[in-house]
Design a protein around this ligand. Sequence first.
Ligand code: FE
Length: 231
Amino acid sequence: MNTKALHKISYSLYVISSKKGARLNGQIANTVLQTTSEPPTIAVSINKKNLTHESIRESEVFSVSIPSKETPLKLRGHFGFRCGRDIDKFKDINYRVGTSGVPIVLENVIGYLEAELIDSLDVGTHTVFIGKVISAEIIEDKEPITYAYYRNIKGGKAPKTAPTYNERDNKKEARKMGKYVCIVCGYVYDPEKGDPDSGVQPGTTFDQLPEAWVCPVCGADKGQFELVKED
Ligand code: FE
């Protein structure tokens, strides 16, 4: 069996938000799909360990915010690599509250869907939540960010709780000269690409990065990076 065939499935990146009591929370997910059109329903696969999972179970409502292609890695890091149990993810984020009371991210977002839970399926590590769309809007007519674009152009990585996470592939991909990997989130700094979100030009080596530079995904400092060694 060649599980690499799974990598040929295309995805986008989304912020899935919900609420638990008064607590708002959101996380990144790439597994969102439309399941029917009449009525419009959507499905999303959420890791059982995540706070968003508890929130959707309790409130039975969730939203899907769709980031643009220009979205900085920072937004991904904010929602993808931090736990809503430790921080209020909406504290410094531009958002609005939808008709069901769930938050909708407005920063770098081109549209959103808000859904009421109608069913769920236990798939082991994750639950697939199915929701009926109760509101939807286009905020900006731009292209969404695809998972392939995020990985290849932006150098982003999947967190360990993502359904598509594969540690061996991440390490193999990273074993190239001159690259440094963030030991917190797995982001790989590639000198050939630089870090355009933070104004770092392509061709800047890791040593040339300013001391104040931090991981664009999770915010870890330079001390949390190690050189990726070749075999
Ligand atoms: Fe990081």
